[in-house]
Design a protein around this ligand. Sequence first.
Ligand SMILES: Cc1ncc(COP(=O)(O)O)c(C=O)c1O
Length: 354
Amino acid sequence: MNESWVRSTVRDIPLYYNPKVKAVRMDTSVNVLGPNTVVKDVLARCMDLDLNQYPTPYSDELRAALAEKYGLEADNFVVGNGSDEALDVAFKSFMEPGETVVAPYPSYVLHSFFVKVNGGRFITADLGQGFQLDPDALLDARGKMIILCTPNNPTANCFHHRDVERVVREHDGPVIVDEAYGEFARESFMSRVDEFENLIVTRTFSKAYGLAGFRVGYMASNLKMAGVMQRVKIPYSLDRVSELTAIAALKNTSYVDAAVGLVREERSRLASGLAGLGFKTFPSESNFIMFRSPRPSSDLVRRLAEKGVLIRDFGHLRMLEDCVRTTIGTRELNDMLLLKLKEVTEDWEGSGDR
Ligand SMILES: Cc1ncc(COP(=O)(O)O)c(C=O)c1O
């Protein structure tokens, strides 16, 4: 292949994080209660479906169920193959190649990926004290679009609602608020999409709903913007089995409530356990927690992986030097994580190296 054939905007895109180690996965912030309890029943029912037929192109039944949940119309929603597809569609719909998208830094690494694969330019505005949003910096950058996620991944804090609202109100262009971890937070913009001319809110079934393996996500916005995005989305991108599972999961509120309750209970216990081992923890309003290691985070993650637990290293990023992120587990998982971390700190002390 001739290198010049590759579109210039995608030449430097690396493969995504794809660890090959066999370990307990505490690196992906999914639901630690296991798959949503509706899965077995729905899959059994799916055996009798006419799966030789296509699903509806725009997942009409799931959009109707979402409309009922949020008190919006089905046409406010665009459903996709994970909220990653929703993000991709939003950029495809509103960003011309060469236009700029502004995002806070540090934040979700795939936001820049979707901008670049769609030919856009991605620029960032550093978060301020306590990893809070700097609305002036985001607005002053004068991009075509702004994207942010709250709770923020990987820092785990929520941005102040009033700051996000100001960005939405004052930016003259589409603003995406990625609420992938919205179920764990106290505030949301989801039910307010009709209030704004420019707001897109994305959510997922991968986290609180325990369906990451099914790849279902959605976004909502006012009817005009949603109508544009619906036309751009690849028809049939969500399969029928995943659609039916997501609909059942929406009704299974006790599972999500249990997940949210567990995180609330375990978060402070895990944080104090980590602090007791000498790690600096950062406040979390999500189902994961970020903490800083006193030794190189790459060494911590490697040693932990050798002991059978995988957490995610962010220590190579500016502002997150030696920081790692772990999912908040069940009591048993957290105890196991703390025990293995304790072993690592003891190994460090024993080896005497820095
Ligand atoms: C902030 C954020 N947005 C979006 C996603 C993508 O989620 P999905 O599984 O719905 O594609 C993730 C997944 O980790 C995430 O952390």
